[in-house]
Design a protein around this ligand. Structure first.
Ligand code: ZN
Ligand code: ZN
Length: 211
């Protein structure tokens, strides 16, 4: 069963590391794949299965008027400044998967109450970057009450944050397409913990010194 971190940022948006550094480190810590979800930019050309079977899924974290939403298996970036419903329509038209990330974390631009009513394929019930457990617990309740599949992601902006949360795929999936199908069917186990404020401060300091 694969372990995939569905929420990772590179330096193409506000992360510290290159895609190569991330892929190397992800393997080292035992992940089988990552979704690259940079802010408002698609930074990998396509979904790929690398020679050793490691999987890279093309995603984007879109800043909508109401907050963040993640699209996976996405071919093009939606226009900027859209309403969240317009982004979801765009995803449905283009066949992308919709995940509600950190729904109740207002410090990370979660969608808040809208998360109860907007159409989505899955909820990120563990975001390792959330400052308070409460945000993730509430996300879990949301997914349960709406009967939506659950995923987890690190929201890593630095190597040291990678893999703190990941999703186990409960199927024999070995390609990005099969993984997307597995999410839709709810064949997922969210695993993880928060990396908390210490790592976040270290990252900010490092960013300050290294740009
Ligand atoms: Zn976010
Ligand atoms: Zn993010």
């Amino acid at each position: 069963m694969l372990k995939i971190d569905f929420h990772v940022h590179t330096r193409k948006s506000d992360g510290l590391n290159s895609l190569d550094e991330i892929l190397k480190h992800a393997r080292r810590i035992g992940l089988n794949g990552v979704a690259i979800t940079d802010h408002d930019i698609i930074s990998v050309k396509k979904n790929v299965v690398l020679e050793d079977g490691f999987i890279v899924i093309r995603g984007i974290e879109v800043s909508t008027k109401q907050g963040h939403i993640i699209l996976l298996d996405v071919n093009e970036a939606p226009r900027k400044g859209l309403d969240v419903r317009e982004v979801i329509d765009f995803a449905n038209e283009t066949g992308a998967l919709v995940i509600i990330p950190h729904p109740f974390d207002f410090l990370r631009n979660g969608l808040g109450k809208l998360s109860w009513i907007i159409p989505a394929d899955a909820v990120e019930v563990i975001n390792a970057g959330c400052l308070f457990d409460y945000f993730n617990k509430k996300a879990f309740i949301l997914a349960e009450k709406r009967s939506l599949p659950m995923v987890a992601g690190s929201d890593a902006h630095a190597l040291s944050e990678l893999g703190y949360a990941y999703t186990v795929i409960k199927s024999a999936a070995s390609t990005p397409e099969e993984i997307i199908e597995a999410i839709k069917k709810g064949l997922t186990i969210p695993i993880g913990r928060r990396y908390g404020i210490v790592k976040k401060i270290k990252r900010k300091i490092s960013k300050f010194f290294h740009g």
